[in-house]
Design a protein around this ligand. Structure first.
Ligand SMILES: [Cu+2]
Length: 156
């Protein structure tokens, strides 16, 4: 009888212990929601704008003067969006937001380039899309372009 009680008591303590640790695990789960922008080291980046509710960056805005405005995010090692399409003759504004790493944004054919800067960094470029074709925008830091940090500007 005494032995049975001891065994039951030990089981009870074990169950309590398991429940306690499971709860503790839940409490310690990272409280990061999907809209949070993280730095490359995983810390929360409070300086950068939070994406819109559907978690995308708006692709294009036409301002009151007719300028086609695109927000392009740079991370290691890609741009978002990966494609931009405008019409020949459009005045184009690129709001380049480097959110992760050390990058720039360049389009050789239109002679536009931001500085090479560590995130968080934002620079605004403007140019006239005065020739039709497909042009690459890319990051000229190190081998970032080869690693996938480029996109396509189509002027139609
Ligand atoms: Cu880069």
């Amino acid at each position: 009888m005494q032995k049975t009680f001891t065994v039951l008591f030990i089981l009870f303590v074990l169950v309590l212990g398991v429940v306690f640790f499971m709860d503790k695990g839940k409490l310690e789960a990272p409280a990061v929601n999907d809209n949070t922008v993280l730095n490359i080291d995983g810390t929360v980046n409070s300086e950068m704008p939070v994406p819109t509710e559907d978690n995308t960056i708006p692709e294009m805005v036409v301002d009151s003067t007719g300028v086609k405005e695109f927000t392009v995010e740079g991370v290691s090692f890609s741009f978002n969006p990966k494609t931009i399409t405008v019409n020949k003759g459009d005045q184009v504004r690129i709001i380049f937001k480097n959110t992760t790493g050390f990058h720039d944004f360049k389009i050789d054919e239109f002679s536009v380039a931001t500085k090479q800067m560590q995130s968080p960094y934002q620079e605004i470029l403007e140019f006239t899309a005065d020739k039709a074709g497909s042009f690459q925008y890319y990051c000229s830091v190190g081998s970032h372009r080869a690693a996938g940090m480029f996109g396509t500007l189509t002027v139609q």
